[in-house]
Design a protein around this ligand. Structure first.
Ligand code: ADP
Ligand code: MG
Length: 698
């Protein structure tokens, strides 16, 4: 029987109505969907409680006994049904507010039941609202063993009596009506190598675990399988692509690179920069298209690495482009690159959303003729009208701001895809990188340029402004500059605007002898640039800003970062903001200002920020505190895998194993052509037929 094609309504106990509800509420359409609808928790039901020991703090109780009587109370909406239940040690009320008829019709007096529910206090008495009730020796009870599975359900489902208990019964029916085992999805070699139990056993024990041990084995098998096929898919395509598409071969290091390296390099490269450049060099000379992620903490010098990589392309007769998420950042990159390449005779241009029409047209033209060597810009670069003569290298800076789909468009700029370097200052935890960017090679710049003093971070409550302002003043007197950032999550939220503008006025009053400028997303590009320029040139001493300054801006003389309402920022965002200071030789400070009423999680976030400057550590902590769905890197792209059971926070080891084994499989048989891999190929086709090929992207 093909479980995926069996309509759920045909399962005994379902039928038309419930079938509809299951489809609508949980997207359970087939037998298979139900089988893969996993419980969200398990409760040890080996223990029976006694009525006399129940108190309202208990999470749940399980009782064995009889119903003595039923009684209906109240009228209309407040109508309720109570049943007196006893186990011989006392009497407790079971209560229902819905489905009264069903309950009185179903449960009998003087029959032995197992009752399971959460104690509740009502009128100073403990009762059990809407408990689960089973006849003592019902078959499913034996099946269920010691651990009871719990399934998420919705209000609508409960109206059709599709509670967690009923789902479990349906799953049980499924197992009884399916005599034959379900097909295995892994090969014997893999189950052996990964030391996992069979799919059949796993599916059974995930729903009806006989013991903690079997439950763990079942979970392990299913997690492994889930992660394994994701990895296999990613690796299979990246292998196929690098074969099919090939990459430009940059045969030589030429004049541009050498002249720059020998004569124009503004400072000695750090060892990490050298190593990453070497990795890139090795990559682009092989004939394989490069897809590389460069992770480097804020201030680690990624721009220079990007620039020198672009020179490799130029030396081999190709063009290069660099894309940044904001206009300010693109402009700053343009200025940096322009300055670095002054002596080299390279034509560098900038293209952004606010470029004038005449400039645009000229740029479009000159890109086609090859007169432009390097183009730097924002999303404007992705427009179809932007076409190249021969784009050989594309750099994407601060990739977490770009959606996956947008990156894919860079591929289409040439018949052959250019080498791609994705640079991020938001370190992505390893597990996430392996799944989201599984086919990317990763280079890490794990060293800051010499002479930097680690930023000191303080956490301060917002009722202690006096101290805060006097320490800011001290820094200003030393000739340093200061950022003050306000949260503006949606740049349209009224309350936020008020905060920002009041903040601006307030700061002007507190520091009348200093110049204060303000930058936010609502300013026209020109106004923004003018304000930024005031700060960059040192004319303005204090910049009041929103997170538009988050990414990339570089003012070495700024040594204080004050973040107002820091509790409203995510960890990686705080880390990014903090990275705006600490770029010069002076001791820098970051002050996180929050209200004193903080949730536990927020307090932890502040503690982490105060404790460490290490972006990787912060990213790991962020993942743990928030879960992968909320991480900045994944917000735009969503969770493309929609994991059912594996968890990227906790299952790093399973993931590594899945990746290792998938790598072996693909290395032996890239197209999964061998008969022994047919099972794997079929399963992959089934799982990923309709899905986006993520590995083509980035
Ligand atoms: P990020 O990695 O955050 O993009 P940048 O590329 O903006 O960092 O570099 C931060 C600062 O460090 C810049 O002022 C840059 O000129 C400087 N820098 C980069 N590499 C070095 C180096 N090897 N030695 C000294 N300073 C460097
Ligand atoms: Mg940068």
């Amino acid at each position: 029987m093909n479980l995926a094609q069996q309509d759920i309504k045909f399962l005994p106990g379902v039928g038309e109505k419930r079938g509809e509800v299951l489809k609508q509420e949980l997207e359970i359409r087939s037998f298979e969907d139900l089988l893969y609808y996993f419980p969200y928790k398990y409760i040890d039901r080996s223990r029976m409680h006694r009525v006399c020991e129940i108190n309202a703090d208990m999470m749940y109780v399980q009782l064995k006994g009889r119903i003595l009587s039923f009684e209906t109370q109240g009228e209309g909406m407040s109508k309720r049904l109570t049943a007196k239940f006893t186990d011989g040690t006392g009497v407790i009320e079971l209560v229902w507010f819905k489905g009264l008829k069903f309950v009185t019709g179903k449960y009998l007096l003087n029959t032995e039941y197992i009752v399971f529910g959460k104690p509740n206090i009502f009128n100073n008495k403990i009762n059990l609202p809407h408990p689960d009730i089973d006849v003592y020796d019902e078959a499913v009870e034996k099946q269920a063993g010691a651990l009871q599975a719990f399934y998420n359900t919705t209000e609508k489902m409960k109206n059709q009596f599709l509670n967690s208990r009923m789902i479990q019964k349906l799953v049980y029916n499924l197992f009884t009506c399916l005599k034959a085992p379900f097909g295995e999805t892994l090969t014997p070699q893999i189950t052996q190598r990964a030391k996992v139990i069979s799919l059949n056993e796993a599916l059974y024990h995930i729903h009806f675990p006989k013991s903690q041990d079997l439950l763990r084995k079942a979970e392990y098998r299913l997690k492994f399988e889930e992660l394994f096929f994701i990895q296999l898919n990613i690796l299979r395509y990246s292998k196929l692509n690098s074969r099919k598409l090939g990459g430009f071969v940059f045969t030589k290091i030429g004049d541009y690179f050498n002249t720059f390296y020998n004569q124009n390099l503004p400072f000695e490269l750090t060892n990490a920069q050298k190593r990453v450049l070497k990795e890139i060099r090795e990559n682009v000379r092989t004939g394989h298209q490069m897809n590389r992620l460069v992770q480097g903490d804020v201030g680690s010098g990624k721009t220079l690495v990007a620039f020198m990589s672009m020179l490799m392309a130029l030396d081999n007769g190709y063009q290069a482009c660099m894309m940044a998420p904001t206009e300010i950042l693109a402009t700053q990159h343009y200025e940096t690159v322009h300055k670095l390449s002054e002596e080299l005779g390279i034509n560098v241009v900038l293209l952004t959303g606010s470029s004038k029409k005449a400039h645009r047209e000229k740029v479009h033209q000159q890109l086609l003729t090859g007169d432009i060597h390097i183009i730097i810009g924002t999303h404007a670069l992705l427009e179809d009208i932007v076409q190249f003569d021969n784009l050989g290298m594309a750099i994407i800076d601060e990739q977490h701001r770009f959606g996956v789909a947008q990156r894919a468009r860079l591929w289409a700029k040439n018949k052959r895809p250019p080498h791609i370097l994705v640079m991020t200052a938001t370190p992505i935890p390893r597990t996430l990188a392996m799944t989201l960017y599984g086919d990317l090679d990763v280079s890490v710049i794990d060293e800051l340029p010499p002479g930097r003093k680690p930023i000191q971070t303080l956490h301060q409550y917002d009722n202690r402004r006096g101290t805060l302002y006097s320490s800011i003043r001290k820094q200003l007197e030393l000739g340093r500059q200061v950022y003050i950032v306000y949260p503006l999550i949606q740049e349209s939220e009224k309350a936020d605007w008020k905060n920002l503008e009041e903040g601006f006025e307030h700061i002007q009053e507190v520091f009348p002898e200093y110049n204060v400028c303000m930058v936010h997303g609502k300013l026209k590009a020109k106004e923004k640039d003018a304000a930024m320029q005031l700060f960059v040139s040192g004319e303005a001493h204090i910049m009041v800003a929103t997170t538009v300054i988050e990414v990339g801006v570089n003012v070495p003389n700024a040594s204080v970062m004050v973040i107002e309402s820091a509790e409203r920022f995510g960890l990686s965002q705080l880390h990014q903001l903090r990275g705006r200071v600490g770029r010069g030789a002076d001791q820098s400070f970051c002050v996180l200002v929050t209200s004193h009423k903080l949730s536990e999680v927020t307090r932890k976030r502040m503690e982490i920020m105060v404790r460490t400057n290490d972006g990787f550590e912060i990213a790991e902590a962020d993942l743990k505190l928030r879960g992968p769905g909320d991480l900045e890197g994944t917000q735009q792209s969503g969770d493309p895998f929609n994991l059912k059971i594996a968890n990227l926070v906790h299952d790093g080891q399973v993931l590594q194993l899945a990746r290792d084994i998938a790598t072996e499989v693909v290395n032996d048989d890239p197209e999964l052509k061998s008969p022994s891999n047919l099972t794997l190929k079929n399963q992959l086709d089934k799982l990923f037929r309709k899905k986006v090929d993520w590995s083509l992207i980035s």
